[in-house]
Design a protein around this ligand. Structure first.
Ligand code: ATP
Ligand code: MG
Length: 238
């Protein structure tokens, strides 16, 4: 497995946020992490990117220990995260927002090639290239932060609720882009979503978290048909 987290525990003071979660992402896979508010999804992503240290457990990426590595070294090792809440630099142009994502790279030609790739994947960003990022719609800003993460040329992309608060039509566009990034750019994806149906449709495997622990896991196709999943995670959604 490219990424392997084993028996992760994370406490915030008195809150037991994650209690013994094990999960993995294989090279080339899209893996979904679903679950209700407060289930521990963001905490798992923060543990993987070094922003929150696990109290116990082990995280390995391509054979190296991540849980002792500094966050910027984790980025350099090929892991990029798009955090919750799509934070763009509002007064900077789309172009400059994208270029910030490449801050750790020294291969200028490679950066230009990645920029072309991102603009090809997200034509809206190309149309709005010189526009101030803060004036774009929520869905467009989400495309921008995904594009910015891709500018680091990651091998593994972590996405925290990319569909939250976005118009359904743009959710479909973003879902399609995630599939294309995984398939065509060979980037593995760990996708956190409360839109479980979308996440299960576009992922190979999935984990459902409930109050800090893995409640269900398996192939996404099978989970979509599972009665417990239908009842607990798919009720009432589009
Ligand atoms: N900095 C913090 N200090 C204290 N408790 C925290 C902190 N961050 C998260 N928690 C708690 O840890 C638990 C897990 O939170 P987390 O943000 O990982 O959930 P989540 O699954 O991402 O939820 P959501 O879908 O609402 O984003 C929650 O009970 C939350 O209140
Ligand atoms: Mg969260």
């Amino acid at each position: 497995m490219q990424l392997e987290a084993t028996e992760i525990h994370v406490n915030y003071d008195h809150v037991r946020a994650v209690t013994g979660v094990s999960l993995s992402v294989g090279e080339g896979e899209t893996v979904a992490l679903i679950g209700a508010n407060g289930a521990g999804k963001t905490t798992m992503l923060r543990a993987i990117t070094g922003l929150t240290r696990p109290d116990s457990g082990e995280i390995r990426y391509e054979g190296h220990r991540l849980d002792t590595m500094a966050p910027n070294d984790i980025v350099r090792a090929g892991i990029a995260m798009v955090p919750e809440g799509r934070r763009v630099f509002p007064y900077m142009s789309v172009k400059d927002n994208l270029l910030i994502g490449a801050f750790a790279r020294t291969d200028k030609n490679g950066v230009n090639a990645t920029l072309e790739m991102v603009l090809g994947r997200f034509p809206r960003l190309k149309e709005r290239y010189s526009q101030a990022a803060g004036t774009m719609s929520g869905g467009e800003q989400q495309m921008l932060v995904i594009g910015r993460a891709l500018m680091a040329k990651p091998k593994l992309l972590l996405l925290d609720e990319p569909s939250l608060g976005i118009a359904p039509k743009l959710v479909q566009d973003i879902a399609r882009s995630i599939v294309a990034i995984n398939r065509d750019e060979k980037v593995s994806v760990l996708l956190v979503e409360q839109n479980s149906r979308m996440a299960l449709r576009i992922s190979h495997r999935a984990y459902a978290l409930a109050t800090g622990a893995v409640a269900l896991e398996g192939a996404s196709k099978e989970l979509l048909q599972d009665d417990r999943v239908k009842r607990l995670y798919l009720g009432g959604e589009l």
